[in-house]
Design a binder for this molecule. Structure first.
Ligand code: CA
Ligand code: CA
Length: 403
């Protein structure tokens, strides 16, 4: 460039920068410089292009989860961090940000770093020109500390933390820890939180083992409100220490060389590896989904995640879905609810504006007849009158995306 400019033969010289189609790109420096490869991988630093979760494409649809509380049951959170403070849940009673099972008070200060790192993955304050981007730009992070400074803890304290989160309105609870021993107390508290629609994300574990054979708890619990996550790399390989299991692991998500918020001061950031990080990525994705579909039952949101993965050879046979998280696909699938309005036959189909739906009917919930294909209007609605219906036999309706 300098030689061109010095030659006097050209008016100006500049690099031929690569550009891409418009999508939502926040101004956080570590997102912009490509360090956060899992959000947007264009082949930087030895990565494989598009070995990522398509975050900018997802953010075109939903970026904030301001109504969602994500509890991080871990080592606490450095709640004064420059890139976390504004996204902390605040207890309306006393202005604190969570719970400490080790001291029994409301001061979950992080003396280990693990929890603060997860917090930034899920929901660092984003587009604030500082640090990193979180998967959810705005969210309410609840800190529940039960791991000590060395990263160790007891199931009884985990249970107390989960109970605190449940009582205080958490929608999603991240469990990035575990062990080989089954705990009835942890299993029961996770299952009973299902009644409140609470979703759990759990790290599959970092032992490079098949958890269908050697389980890792709580990830290996067979509960439909819990999703177990293995770790993938910037080349869409399985991270070398990640556990796997065709039954006991649900999906993979990025979990190697993950750069996020640190804990030694308010401007500290650090890189970590592990299925812990992968579980937090999925917790962030679920926060966005939960914001989109506040009424959806937990198993439905998990189903949405698992049916929208990028199926890849590295994960085939190593998890139930056979793939790596793709958030864009997960948030781009229409919500479908058919609500009968007037008997006999007015129906309102609610989905995504401009998307096409096929309305079907059945008298036995088994054989379905196509009634009509139509586009949802700008509100995402489509009202249909079924003049052929009678009260007997009863007729059921179902709307499907497409064709
Ligand atoms: Ca991508
Ligand atoms: Ca930031």
């Amino acid at each position: 460039m300098a030689r061109y400019q010095a030659s006097g033969l050209v008016l100006f010289a500049e690099p031929d920068y690569a550009v891409s189609a418009a999508s939502t790109l926040p101004n956080d420096p570590r997102f912009q410089d490509g360090t956060q490869w899992w959000l947007n991988n264009y082949g930087q630093n030895g990565g494989l292009p598009d070995a990522d979760i398509d975050a900018p494409e997802a953010w075109d649809i939903v970026r904030n989860a301001s109504n969602v509380i994500v509890a991080i049951v871990d080592s606490g959170i450095r709640h004064t961090h420059e890139d976390l403070a504004a996204n902390l849940w605040t207890n309306p009673l006393d202005g604190t940000h969570g719970f400490n099972a080790l001291t029994g008070n409301h001061d979950p200060w992080d003396d280990n770093g693990h929890g603060s790192h997860l917090a930034g993955i899920i929901g660092a304050v984003t587009d604030n020109a500082k640090g990193v981007a979180g998967l959810a730009w705005r969210v309410r992070l609840m800190a529940c500390k039960f791991l000590d400074a060395a990263g160790n803890g007891f199931n009884s304290d985990a249970m107390a933390s989960i109970e605190f989160a449940r009582t205080n309105g958490a929608h999603i609870i991240n469990l990035s820890w575990g062990g080989s021993e089954f705990s009835a107390i942890v299993s029961n508290v996770i299952w009973s939180a299902r009644a409140d629609g609470i979703l759990f994300t759990a790290a599959a574990g970092n032992n490079a083992q098949n958890t269908d054979v050697l389980p890792f708890y709580p990830a290996s619990l067979a509960l439909d409100n819990l999703v177990a996550v293995g770790a993938s790399t910037r080349t869409d390989a399985s991270w070398s220490f990640s556990n796997y299991g065709a039954t006991n692991v649900a999906l993979f998500a990025p979990g190697a060389a993950i750069y996020s918020t640190g804990f030694t001061n308010d401007f500290h950031y650090a890189s970590r590896n592990g299925t812990s990080m992968a579980a937090a990525v999925v917790a962030g994705a679920l926060a966005l989904l939960r914001e989109q579909h506040p009424q959806a039952p937990a198993p439905q949101l998990i189903e949405r995640l698992l049916t929208s993965v990028d199926a890849l050879p590295a994960f085939a046979g190593r998890c139930r879905s056979g793939g790596r998280l793709n958030v864009r696909k997960a948030v781009d699938r229409p919500a479908i609810a058919v609500i009968p309005e007037v008997w006999p036959v007015q129906l309102r189909i609610t989905g995504v504006p401009g998307h096409r739906y096929l309305l079907t009917a059945s008298t036995n919930l088994n054989a379905w007849t196509a009634l009509r294909t139509n586009f949802a209007d700008f509100n995402g609605d489509w009202v249909y009158e079924d003049h052929t219906s009678t009260n007997t036999p009863l007729r059921f309706y179902q709307a499907l995306p497409g064709p």
